[in-house]
Design a protein around this ligand. Structure first.
Ligand code: BTN
Length: 259
């Protein structure tokens, strides 16, 4: 069940295989979810490093059990998952590094909304879903990336979507994949060796929440102050500076003063 479309699979394989022996790229015309498929394969013992691309997902998944809408296939969005065995000393900050690897290679004005979203001028361009499973002594990680390519319906979404056509006119799914795949893998391998700390400054330079009034999912309000050396979000609250390692964050809307 492979696709005949013009995906640069061999170019990507050649760019990555020296750093990741045995690496392959596979493109499927349709699958429920590239993350689900790689997790299924890993649980059945297939833990080779693989970039799995779907031209259409029928049950794309977002974080926190949400649905990820893939539009009408590879013209409107890019959906792929990178699966590989990984053994960092500390896992914290992995998906922040994945996001950073993507934005750094696409555009200087792209920002990262902690923990997992890529924003273009306050609107969500892309999301990352990171999952892991143990296979024997090894831990297999699946990093799933969904990038809006063309204008999409925003009905029912809390954050207005952005699309890559606005950022980089003319980029399609294949050229975007070619551009991001090797830098993404490179960032992940560098994270495996050195952890999040070497990425802290770069993340903070791209932090979409920096100095904004935010509210955490438990209702805590404060001002976002970047991330710490393990990728936790620093929030200045009424009780002092605190570090948050897992929460949903929303930006508090600016209420216009009555005139
Ligand atoms: C989010 O923003 O909540 C994360 C979205 C992640 C979507 C991608 S698309 C490719 C991969 N397969 C999935 O089912 N989800 C991820």
């Amino acid at each position: 069940m492979s696709s005949a479309a013009n995906w640069p699979t061999e170019q990507i394989r050649q760019a990555i295989a020296p750093e990741l022996p045995g690496f392959r790229v596979e493109v499927l015309p349709e699958i429920d979810s590239t993350n689900t498929e790689l997790m299924r394969r890993a649980r059945s013992g297939q833990i080779e490093p693989l970039l799995l691309v779907a031209e259409r997902q029928t049950a794309g998944r977002g974080r926190l059990g949400r649905e990820w809408f893939s539009g009408d296939g590879a013209t409107s969005s890019l959906a792929f998952s990178l699966g590989l065995p990984l053994s960092p000393l500390d896992w914290s900050g992995l998906s922040l590094v994945a996001g950073l690897g993507i934005v750094q290679t696409l555009h200087p004005d792209l920002r990262l909304k902690w923990p997992n979203d890529i924003w273009w001028h306050g609107r969500k361009l892309a999301g990352i879903l990171t999952e892991t499973t143990s296979v024997g002594a090894c831990r297999y990680v699946v990093l799933g990336m969904g990038i809006n390519l063309r204008k999409r319906d925003s009905e029912g979404l809390s954050t207005l979507p952005a699309w890559l056509e606005e950022v980089l006119p003319g980029m399609d799914a294949a050229s975007t994949l070619l551009r991001v795949a090797a830098p993404l893998l490179h960032s992940i391998k560098s994270f495996e060796k050195s952890g999040f700390a070497p990425f802290q400054a770069a993340f903070n330079a791209r932090d979409a929440l920096r100095d904004l009034d935010i509210v955490l999912s438990d209702g805590t309000a404060g001002v976002a102050r970047g991330v710490d050396p393990v990728g936790a979000l620093r929030v200045q609250t009424a009780d002092g500076l605190t570090s948050i390692s897992s929460a949903e964050v929303s930006v508090r809307p600016v209420i216009a003063a009555p005139s």
